[in-house]
Design a protein around this ligand. Structure first.
Ligand code: PMT
Length: 353
């Protein structure tokens, strides 16, 4: 390619530069073109995904909410954490009856949101619809009903919290109300991997101006395989045609454009989920080398509630909760978020962005 650059050819032919200068120029030119080619290759993949899939129906409303939230808190100089949480689905039909799901209860994301709020961050909680949410997660299933008491059935019915539940409900309610009243948390939900892609990019666009004050904490379990829209049947797959053959394609990794193009100044934390201990740290480090962000939190499916490994490009350390700590109600997300906040503070103070 360098030979095609008329400036370089002319300079050499006119004897204006030495052989060595010529070679240096030639090298620089070819590197410039090669970088462009790599960018194009990377871009085409995720951009194709957007061009082939429509945004969710409530996309514009969500974009407006994100913009307002980020502008308001950026103006106030606050730190913002974008937390993704829960698993994405991959529909098998346009009129979706069946879909492939990704494993995640949303505990990691929902608990972490509460701890980021405790550390003074404002939070964008981007979660899979019907997965766990901050605050309400404590009262899942019948727990909430069991805390209430119905008094005096009739026209003067009142409902009270049972005395032995007040101590449980009160502190959580106080944290919830503080977050709500101050407009410190924004809830945005997704279901499919396509929704997730559109919403995550919109959130990044709004977070861009926040620079290093933004933390992206990507705890959602994102699908790695999908059926492209143009290959998906419109209606429910019928069983009388025999077993269906489903051809899955690779979902492009969003970390690449996210780190390099959308929020290059933000502090990006990705998670790595494996089931084989032997792969865990190596795969986390591969991700850091590939995407060039600062921190991967690696966890095994089987032990994720009490053990994670913080992996940076040149170090790693474990956070492990003992049985006693778990029994006393300590959550691993409390320790994870405290450590992320320390790393983020260091990142801001030492201008590492
Ligand atoms: O919700 P819980 O039940 O509490 O469980 C928490 C958890 C195990 C889901 C969480 O701790 C976790 O590990 N989340 C990340 C799961 C995941 O998608 O891992 P991965 O190894 O497939 O992806 C690694 C990273 O790449 C992720 O941060 C993801 O945001 C990103 N990714 C993944 C796929 C994709 N197409 N694009 C991406 O950018």
């Amino acid at each position: 390619l360098a030979f095609r650059n008329p400036d370089v050819q002319w300079s050499r032919a006119s004897g204006e530069i030495s052989n060595e200068e010529f070679r240096t120029k030639q090298y620089k030119e070819s590197t410039r073109y090669r970088t462009r080619a790599i960018r194009f290759k990377m871009a085409s993949h995720w951009e194709d995904f957007y061009s082939q899939h429509l945004p969710p129906s409530d996309f514009e409303d969500n974009r407006t909410l994100l913009k307002e939230f980020c502008e308001r808190h950026n103006k106030a100089g606050e730190r913002i954490a974008l937390i993704t949480s829960g698993g994405t689905t991959v529909p098998l039909e346009h009129n979706t009856v069946r879909f492939v799901d990704n494993f995640s209860a949303g505990t990691r994301g929902a608990a972490s949101a509460e701890y980021f709020l405790d550390h003074g961050y404002v939070v964008i909680f981007m979660f899979r619809l019907k997965s766990l949410e901050p605050f309400t997660r404590h009262f899942n299933g019948q727990k909430f009903m069991d805390m209430l008491e119905l008094n005096d059935r009739g026209p003067n019915t009142t409902i009270t919290v049972k005395p032995d539940s007040v101590d449980i409900l009160a502190p959580i309610l106080a944290r919830y109300q503080a977050a709500q009243e101050g407009g410190r948390i924004l809830y945005i939900n997704f279901t499919t991997v396509q929704d997730y892609f559109w919403l995550l990019r919109a959130a990044c666009e709004c977070l861009g101006p926040c620079g290093p004050k933004a933390v992206l904490y990507l705890a959602a379990a994102v699908s790695d395989f999908y059926i492209p829209s143009n290959e998906m049947p419109t209606h429910k797959i019928q069983s009388d045609g025999g077993p269906p053959i489903i051809n899955l394609q690779l979902v492009p990794k969003l970390l690449a454009p996210l780190v390099n193009l959308w929020v290059p100044q933000a502090y990006v934390v990705s998670f790595k989920l494996e089931t084989d201990e032997n792969l865990l740290v190596a795969k986390a480090r591969d991700a850091l080398k590939k995407y060039k962000h600062k921190l991967v939190i690696a966890n095994l499916l089987q032990t994720r509630r009490h053990r994670v490994v913080f992996v940076t490009i040149d170090s790693s350390f474990e956070i492990v909760l003992t049985r006693e700590q778990m029994l006393s109600g300590i959550e691993i997300e409390d320790v994870i978020v405290s450590n992320v906040v320390l790393h983020h503070t260091d990142f801001i103070q030492h201008d590492q962005y």
